[in-house]
Design a binder for this molecule. Structure first.
Ligand code: FE2
Length: 424
């Protein structure tokens, strides 16, 4: 007897009336209208069964700290970084763990079962690193949490000096942090930014690790660290293992230069994370009108063969006052900002919060295929486009065959005069 059989599901690729059979936490069969005995038998009623949502860019050490110790008045990235600097000495490991776990609960309820979180490694105590490693252990049964060693204050610019900052970062990796981070646009000069990219990519190559840098998170069209990132990726043979996060300066770059840059990025198999909720609020703050949107060139990157994901980046922290762990909300904003309104582009936006970020994280066993983990989400929507439109309710969420969250179907009841049978 099967452990779980989901029948009459629609899959993201459009196949309808599909059954997904699960045994020992794995998908053992996917076929039309399969009938078999199962301990858990679910009639999906034609609704969309999707692989779990994946967030390739988040800051779990800062999440749910909104208002501590004060609110960002200018709404800029730089005031956010300053504000985080004020909060850091006040952080305790217990409070940090508690907030991160609370966020993970929200995430699971929204079918978000894999998260890559940056963790600030500039504090020599590595307090946030210790806290998030503990969170990673605790949530492992239901969330794959991947951590990036992120030198928020700049590995060369930081107050403790380059040697100490590099040392903090290496110690974080020694403790089990998975990925090498960076922030070249925040270093003091373009030359220092480029040097930081080189040093950090060399460190990743030495240790056989992936790289994910905050890169060119700026409206400055001449912020071109992504070029160096692509170059170092090529030079060190890190193809497919390096991600450029944000890349907002690409929005403002000269079109001729971008026409040269895109093939270089594709050649290096660089991967990209745009963070639409954050990019649309933080960028263009120095503009009067017209105001730039600031998000990187998502459709053009996809057309050039570059893998692009949408990340959440922030939820209720010094940089962003909203958010709920809902990757459909992220996809919805990304779709609007990038004007990805064709049917195929809207489906690409769904991929940008599911399969594309799964590739960036290098997740094993991810997907709706025989042999993959039985981790999936039943949505109250008929297809990926409707899921984005409605930011659809997550009816049921499974992790490796175990039901980890469910939400009752949303069925509005109307009481309209003269329309007794009206339905929403
Ligand atoms: Fe970020």
């Amino acid at each position: 007897m099967l452990d779980l059989l989901v029948q009459n599901a629609t899959l993201p690729d459009g196949r309808k009336n599909m059954s997904v059979a699960v045994q020992d936490g794995l998908i053992v069969e996917i076929s039309p209208a399969l009938a078999a005995d199962a301990h858990q038998l679910i009639d999906a009623q034609g609704q969309l069964l999707s692989p779990p949502f994946v967030d390739a860019h988040f800051h779990m050490d800062a999440t749910l700290s909104y208002g501590l110790p004060r609110v960002n008045q200018s709404g800029t990235l730089l005031e956010g970084i300053a504000l985080w600097g004020e909060l850091k000495p006040l952080l305790t490991q217990e409070a940090l763990i508690e907030r991160a776990l609370a966020y993970c609960d929200w995430a699971v309820a929204k079918g978000l079962l894999a998260i890559r979180s940056h963790v600030d490694v500039c504090d020599p105590r590595l307090l946030a690193v210790e806290a998030l490693l503990e969170v990673k252990r605790r949530v492992a049964p239901y969330i794959d949490l991947q951590l990036v060693a992120f030198p928020q204050d700049g590995v060369l610019r930081g107050a403790q000096g380059p040697e100490q900052h590099m040392n903090n970062l290496k110690r974080a990796l020694d403790k089990g942090v998975d990925v090498v981070g960076g922030i070249p646009h925040f270093e003091r000069t373009m030359a220092d930014g480029a040097l930081s990219v080189r040093l950090l990519c060399e460190l990743a190559a030495e240790r056989g690790l992936r790289v994910d840098m905050h890169c060119d998170e700026s409206d400055d069209p001449l912020s071109r660290h992504v070029e160096t990132l692509a170059f170092e990726t090529q030079r060190l043979g890190l193809h497919g293992r390096v991600t450029g996060s944000h890349l907002t300066s690409m929005h403002s770059m000269d079109n001729y230069y971008v026409s040269k840059l895109l093939p270089l990025m594709a050649e290096a198999q660089l991967q990209v994370v745009a963070n639409p909720l954050i990019n649309i609020t933080l960028q263009g703050r120095h503009d009067t009108y017209p105001k730039r949107r600031g998000m990187t060139r998502v459709p053009e990157l996809l057309a050039a063969g570059v893998n692009v994901a949408f990340g959440h980046d922030c939820v209720m922290d010094p940089w962003y006052s909203l958010g709920s762990g809902d990757m459909l909300d992220v996809a919805h904003m990304g779709l609007h900002v990038a004007q990805m309104t064709s049917q195929s582009a809207m489906r690409q936006c769904f991929d940008a919060v599911t399969v594309n970020p799964a590739r960036i994280l290098g997740l094993q066993g991810y997907g709706l295929e025989v042999g993959c983990d039985a981790s999936f989400v039943l949505l109250q929507a008929r297809d990926p486009v409707e899921a984005i439109r409605l930011r659809a309710n997550r009816l049921k969420v499974w992790k490796k065959g175990a039901l980890v969250a469910e939400t009752a179907p949303i069925v509005p009841k109307l009481h309209l005069p003269g329309r007794p049978n009206a339905q929403a």
